[in-house]
Write a protein that binds this ligand. Structure first.
Ligand code: PLP
Length: 449
């Protein structure tokens, strides 16, 4: 069956995520028949390197034999069971290993089935903790500008992406927004650390002013991915941890995108040597196989809920597929691969190759910056290199890069004017070379006029 036939049927009945469906009058949908490692293959036999890990979830390639095997095994034993009052081996093993793997004060795993839900859990838990402690006035959240924490009403409230948020403003809670330490905005001569440290003064001021009414500060450690791979220095996280303690406010680390090696370390928080009060994981957790998310927290938080039933202090939150056994098995297989293959070590070399492959683009007349943190590499197209003035969003230049890449065996999906690579870790050096070439061609085409 060729692509066209499926596309026709699809457009009859589907409503795709994050899409203006009218675009598909001229922008072809790409139905995928099979995946194999970094490759995706459509029904006409065209192949594409998945340079964006299918929205940042895939770590070890599509149809990975080891993860496939684990899921098949689990399928024969138990597909799903209620997690309230019941339990199962995969979820216990996974929790033990996550507690072992994450910074020491994190000792409890609360599961859900997508990143937004994990954020919602952390927001509710943090507020509820303070309430249980007799401080219900601590009900607000501090967030960074340009942050993204999901699409549900609660997570949009603590996010800062105008495109996704503005329409729903009347429905959202009002967070306290502090300017991001985004190092793209640093002045010439400043290092990332200088800029991040200086930006922190604004966070300190917000905590001084609002600490008494604030439950938690929520951040994406090191890279604000959804708003264009905006990066900052670990020193910001060290300062933030110290300040949160001083102001008696929780720190929520949303590692949904950056966790599992994306920034070079297993978790981004490690680079600042800090431990948050809540750590959120999803996306790469199952290697990109099945929906699963976890909110990790400390014994201090846990104990504030632990009491006789009639005190009504329990956290009565649930999702139908909480801790799904198939997803947990995929996660366990993923963690096994990290251990067996010394993935983080190998990635250091791959990250170097990625950086070298595009470093010359820093001199491109319409590239404002090439930036990288570990396995995340971004190139920002600008209208004016000296002022870094952006192209108007209406011109959709990133889309031209996307369209070009599809003709050259690559799936690149820029975020606005930001072209980025965030590939599965099984990519080869020559495939990175190809992606760099395609990105450059795309950028040249997209900035030609
Ligand atoms: C993707 C993402 C989320 C939301 O996860 P979903 O599974 O898409 O709901 C939250 N925070 C960050 C940092 C993300 O990148």
């Amino acid at each position: 069956m060729p692509n066209d036939d499926l596309v026709r049927r699809d457009l009859n009945v589907l409503w795709h995520p994050c899409s203006q469906m009218k675009d598909h009058e001229w922008l072809p949908l790409v139905p995928i028949k099979r995946g194999d490692g970094v490759w995706l293959q459509d029904f006409d036999g065209n192949r594409y390197i998945d340079a964006i890990s299918s929205w940042w979830v895939n770590l070890f390639g599509h149809a990975n034999p080891r993860i496939n095997h684990a899921i098949k095994e689990q399928l024969e034993e138990l597909e799903h069971v209620i997690l309230a009052g019941f339990s199962h081996r995969p979820v216990i093993e996974l929790s033990e290993r996550l507690v072992e793997l994450t910074p020491a004060p994190l000792t409890r795993c609360f599961y859900s089935d997508n990143g937004s839900a994990a954020v919602e859990v952390a927001l509710k838990m943090s507020y509820h903790y303070w309430r249980n402690q007799g401080a219900p006035e601590k009900h607000r959240f501090i967030t960074l500008s340009q942050s993204y924490h999901g699409e549900t009403l609660g997570t949009l409230g603590v996010g800062d992406v105008a495109l996704y948020k503005d329409t729903y403003k009347p429905l959202l809670m009002e967070a306290i927004t502090v300017p991001s330490p985004d190092c793209f905005q640093r002045i010439d001569g400043d290092s990332w650390a200088d800029h991040s440290r200086r930006s922190f003064a604004l966070m300190e001021a917000a905590l001084e002013r609002h600490g008494h009414e604030t439950a938690a500060v929520i951040v994406e450690p090191l890279v604000q991915c959804a708003t264009g791979m905006r990066m900052y220095d670990p020193v910001y996280l060290s300062l933030l941890r110290e300040a949160c303690d001083r102001h008696n406010v929780h720190l929520i680390a949303d590692e949904i995108a950056v966790g599992f090696g994306r920034t070079g370390t297993m978790f981004a928080c490690e680079q600042a040597d800090i431990s948050p009060d809540f750590m959120l994981l999803s996306k790469g957790l199952t290697g990109g196989y099945l929906p699963l998310a976890v909110t990790l927290t400390t014994d201090t938080v846990y104990q504030a809920f632990y009491d006789d039933y009639d005190t009504l202090r329990a956290f009565l939150h649930s999702h139908s597929y909480t801790g799904n056994p198939l997803a947990c098995r995929a996660a366990l297989a993923t963690l096994d691969i990290f251990k067996q293959d010394r993935v983080l070590e190998r990635n250091r070399r791959l990250a170097e190759v990625m950086g070298q492959a595009v470093s010359h683009l820093a001199d491109h007349p319409n590239i404002g910056e090439v930036r990288q943190t570990g396995m995340i590499l971004a190139m920002e197209m600008v209208r004016d290199k000296t002022t870094r003035a952006p192209y108007p969003w209406q011109e959709r230049r990133g889309l031209r890069v996307y369209q070009h890449a599809l003709t050259r065996q690559a799936l690149l999906r820029p975020l606005g004017n930001v072209v980025y690579l965030m590939p599965p870790y099984v990519i080869t050096e020559s495939q990175i070379g190809h992606l760099a070439q395609v990105a450059e061609e795309g950028i040249n085409l997209a900035t030609r006029d």
